[in-house]
Each structure stands twice: as structure tokens, then as C-alpha cells.
Ligand binder design. Structure first.
Ligand code: CXF
Ligand code: ZN
Length: 372
């Protein structure tokens, strides 16, 4: 093993807190790049893996919303150079039919590369703690660390002419592209249409900010947290709904005049997908991005699906093609069109990661951003 020592937040087993430890990061091989991490934000998926709700090998280094500067490139890298700033996104193979079609979120190896065994695709380990291999390569990055290995495919260059801080570049790699992409790439609401977003976390808020750029008639946010609903209004929601103790489907039908044209399930709460489906009007489309667990189900009433010509689509990472979509998103942030700073909280160090997770859990913070 060669490489460099850095500080990381490691998880030794499902349900355990993050621990700060020195780890060894391998040299970049092939098309890999070693990135000095400037900021990494916490996504709910990191917590779902830490707690054992989503599967991943342990002990592990998680983190999949990293931003930083390329420090060193592998021998086959052609598109990046040391010194280049990057936002790091999910991994994909780049050569299967879905990747070639410009849909890397549908990569045939999506699960293996992002929720896989914590090794490189060739089976080799790329991180160690005390000489023992750690599960790395989480979403092709494992960026809860001072340095991380990514790939020139998923380390997306940042336009140096744009003034966007690392703290705002980091969340673009997962949560922000997931929410905004569901609107801009998948649902594409038509002028005068009605849109309802279930869940006002990072994904839902990013969807609201994106939809607020479009000439939709009604933009409705649904969440149980009053502060988040107030922020959703500020970010462009025309209406907000707290579903606690009410018939939320009836409320949405009322606000939309019979049912929404477009709905997004971004809460990741069991049962909400069915509410979102039921809130659709004739010809409406539901995009599902939230997932409570890998065994979650929803019992869709087929008469409703058929008689009202509804559509349901599963969406990974906002159907984003990161090399194209992340630069676009960066420009929306740089020009203030997506006021991302309204949902982030900065000031956490990597060593504060357990406090950041607790702040997310109690609903106080939407998107904590850590710096090494
Ligand atoms: C998640 C979305 C919900 C299912 C697991 C993966 N994406 C990234 O965090
Ligand atoms: Zn994520």
C-alpha cells in the first residue's frame, strides 16, 4: 500500500456514530483522481447507511457530496489536471447503453458502483485504517475525508469564472441535482400547470427552487415542519400544507382544482408515495425519489392509474447527466437563480459530523456542510 494519510470520518458498523480517524488513501489508478476535499455536505443517504437502513459494507468511509481541488491524476486521466476545482457526483460506468444514451443515473452498474462492496470495480481496496481495508468508493468518492479518490467521470470541473464557494458546490453532487433535476429533466411542468412537492428537505427544496423558475400556476409544498414550510414559501411555493391531522389528498385536490398535474415524492417517508399518487389529477405524473428503505412498497390502486391515465416514474439523481447538468446548476447558483445558501448551514468541521447528523435529525438543519 502506498498513498497518503488523511483524516476521515469512519463508521465501524451499522448504528454506530462516526469516528474521526487517520486513514490511508491509495494512489490514483487509471482514470482516478485524488481530490483535496474543501467541503462535503451530508445527505440523508449517508445517515441511512450509517444507521443500517440502506446496505453497505463496513467499516466504511461514507460521504457523497464532495467538492475540492484535484491534487493528483491517474495515468489514464485526460480531462482533468491538478489544480482543477471539481464537484463530485455519483458514479457510473460511462460505457453501457444507458450511459451512452446520456442517462448515467440508469447505468446498468448504478447499484454496484454506488452501493457496492466498497472497493474499486476491479475488487481492490482503496482506503485503509490501521493497515486494514475500509469500505471506500461510496458513490465513487467516500468524501467524508481530507482527501478522496474519485474518477474523471464523476469529478465535474467547475467553471473558474463563476464565484461559487466549495460549501455550495458540494451539495450539487447529490441532493440538489436530485430535486432540481426531477423538475427540470423529468417532470418538466408545462406553463400554467400545478406542481406539488412532498417533503421539504434538500431534495424537495431544490425541486421547489427549480419549479419557481418556471411559469407554473400553483407550486405546493407539503411538510410537517412549520419552519420548512415558511422557507418553502420564501423560495417560491404558492401554497404550503402541513398534512398532520388533515386529509392531505383532499387539500391538494382543493388547491389544484381536482388534482395536481405533477407530484414529487421527496420525503422518503413510507406511505407518502401513495398520498402523492392520489393527489394527481387526470393525466398527472408522479416522480418518486424518496426511499425509506430498500424494501419499501406502495400499493397503487390500478383503477386510479388506468381510469385517470396517471404516470409513475422512479428517478435517480434527478436523471442528471453530471458533466452537463452540474455546470448548468452551478451557473444557476452563481447567478442567484437557485438561492442554495438558504438551505445550507456552514461552519461545521468534519469532526462535528455527529452534531451535524443530530441537527438534521431534529429538523433544525436541512443541509449541513462540513469542512475538513
Ligand atoms: C438516494 C436516493 C434514495 C435511494 C437511495 C439513493 N440517492 C442518493 O442519496
Ligand atoms: Zn445523496
Amino acid at each position: 500500500m502506498t498513498g497518503r494519510t488523511t483524516t476521515a470520518a469512519t463508521v465501524s458498523g451499522a448504528g454506530l456514530d462516526f469516528e474521526i480517524a487517520d486513514i490511508e488513501v491509495d494512489e490514483p489508478r487509471g482514470t482516478e483522481v485524488l481530490v483535496r476535499i474543501e467541503a462535503v455536505s451530508v445527505c440523508h443517504t449517508d445517515i441511512s447507511v450509517q444507521s443500517g437502513v440502506f446496505p453497505y459494507a463496513m467499516p466504511a468511509v461514507l460521504g457523497h457530496e464532495g467538492a475540492g481541488v484535484v491534487e493528483q491524476v491517474g495515468p489514464e486521466v485526460t480531462r482533468l489536471r491538478p489544480g482543477q476545482r471539481v464537484s463530485i457526483s455519483f458514479d457510473f460506468c460511462g460505457h453501457c447503453d444507458r450511459c451512452v444514451a446520456g442517462l448515467p443515473g440508469q447505468c446498468r452498474e448504478y447499484l454496484a458502483r454506488n452501493f457496492g462492496p466498497g472497493k474499486r470495480p476491479d475488487g481492490s481496496a482503496n482506503l485503509w485504517r490501521d493497515g486494514q481495508p475500509l469500505a471506500g468508493n461510496f458513490f465513487g468518492q467516500s468524501t467524508f475525508a481530507g482527501y478522496a479518490l474519485a474518477n474523471e467521470r464523476n469529478a465535474i470541473p467547475v467553471n473558474e469564472d463563476l464565484d461559487v464557494s466549495p460549501e455550495l458546490l458540494a451539495p450539487l453532487g447529490c441532493g440538489v441535482q436530485t430535486g432540481s433535476g426531477a423538475i427540470l429533466n423529468v417532470l418538466r411542468p408545462h406553463p400554467g400547470s400545478t406542481v406539488v412537492v412532498f417533503g421539504a428537505g434538500t431534495v424537495g427544496m431544490s425541486a421547489l427552487m427549480a419549479a419557481a423558475l418556471l411559469p407554473v400556476r400553483r407550486l405546493i409544498a407539503v411538510d410537517v415542519n412549520a419552519q420548512r414550510l415558511a422557507l418553502a414559501r420564501d423560495l417560491g411555493a404558492t401554497d404550503v400544507v402541513d398534512p398532520t391531522g388533515i386529509d392531505v389528498v383532499a387539500a391538494i385536490k382543493d388547491l389544484t382544482g381536482g388534482g395536481a398535474d405533477y407530484a414529487l415524492e421527496a420525503s422518503g417517508v413510507e406511505g407518502v408515495a401513495l398520498q402523492a399518487f392520489s393527489s394527481l389529477g387526470t393525466g398527472g405524473t408522479l416522480a418518486v425519489e424518496g426511499l425509506a428503505s430498500f424494501t419499501s412498497t406502495a400499493e397503487i390502486p390500478l383503477a386510479d392509474l388506468v381510469n385517470f391515465s396517471k404516470h409513475v416514474v422512479g428517478v435517480v439523481e434527478g436523471a442528471s447527466n453530471p458533466p452537463i447538468y452540474l455546470p448548468y446548476l452551478t451557473s444557476l447558483v452563481a447567478t442567484g437563480k437557485v438561492p442554495l445558501g438558504r438551505i445550507t448551514r456552514t461552519g461545521y468541521k468534519l469532526s462535528d459530523i455527529n452534531a451535524a447528523v443530530a441537527d438534521m435529525h431534529n429538523g433544525e438543519v436541512i443541509k449541513p456542510v462540513l469542512t475538513p
